[in-house]
Design a protein around this ligand. Structure first.
Ligand code: 6GU
Length: 238
């Protein structure tokens, strides 16, 4: 998979050199290319923002540099998914990560300030190289820009690409893969500071372990995230 990131803070993405995703990039499983939006400006100050039409606080990212960035990154491409991180987008959840992990090419447009001129999205939707434009939010809180959200999305998507996570079985028994939260995990020692590993996990009865884990998943989900129990786990926007 190739991922192009357009941002005014390319340094933000240096963390993609480390850990699992760094290894995946060096193994050519994941081709992440980070671009500075200001490279597509033409004025001396490399201006990327302007005041909002209609008035109001803050600044809005100008459409022209974004249009030129997309012109260049889309040249000769087809079937590209354009992601625009935004607190006003659809919620990014595990089913969306799974969907985007099947794509050959992603372009992530990281906005700052009050966001990007909406016509950038509208125009991108008309481009023949673009399969879809998705405005996506991490959750109901506000970040200063799309960069942190883009990193989270790249990690959630990237780890689902075959070969990125060493043991694919570890992808199955995880929070949100079956619509429930994960069961709690333990390792040695059996007793630590007066706290014991639940005895069923040490008894060797695999059926009993599986039943206990399922109960724990349901109990934890009811306690932490009761709204998940009423939802179709395959429905990304339910
Ligand atoms: Cl994707 N962007 C911003 N700026 N804030 C957010 C977000 C995205 N998701 C949650 N908060």
């Amino acid at each position: 998979m190739r991922v192009d990131v357009v941002t005014i803070f390319p340094e933000f993405f240096s963390v993609l050199d480390v850990s699992l995703l760094g290894r995946a990039r060096r193994a050519d499983l994941l081709d992440v290319r980070v671009h500075d939006l200001r490279d597509w400006t033409h004025d001396r100050h490399r201006t990327v923002d302007d005041t909002p039409a209609g008035g109001g606080a803050g600044m809005v990212m100008k459409p022209e540099p974004w249009g030129e960035a997309l012109d260049e990154l889309l040249a000769g491409a087809e079937g590209v998914t354009v992601l625009v991180p935004s607190p006003a987008g659809e919620l990014f959840r595990q089913p969306l990560a799974r969907e985007f992990a099947t794509r050959e090419r992603l372009i992530i447009c990281c906005g700052r300030y009050e966001g990007i001129d909406q016509r950038v999205v509208e125009h991108a939707e008309t481009r023949p190289e673009v399969a879809e434009v998705r405005e996506v939010s991490l959750g109901d809180y506000v970040l200063n820009g799309g960069e942190t959200a883009a990193l989270a999305m790249i990690e959630a998507i990237g780890r689902l690409i075959p070969g990125v996570v060493g043991n694919p079985e570890s992808l199955v028994e995880e929070s949100h893969e079956d619509g429930l939260l994960e069961y709690p995990s333990y390792t040695r020692p059996a007793s630590w500071r007066g706290f014991d590993i639940p005895p069923v996990l040490l008894g060797g009865d695999h059926g009993a372990v599986a039943r206990w884990r399922r109960e724990q998943q349901e109990e934890r989900t009811r306690r932490m995230r009761p709204e998940l129990l009423d939802r179709d786990p395959e429905a990304p926007h339910a």
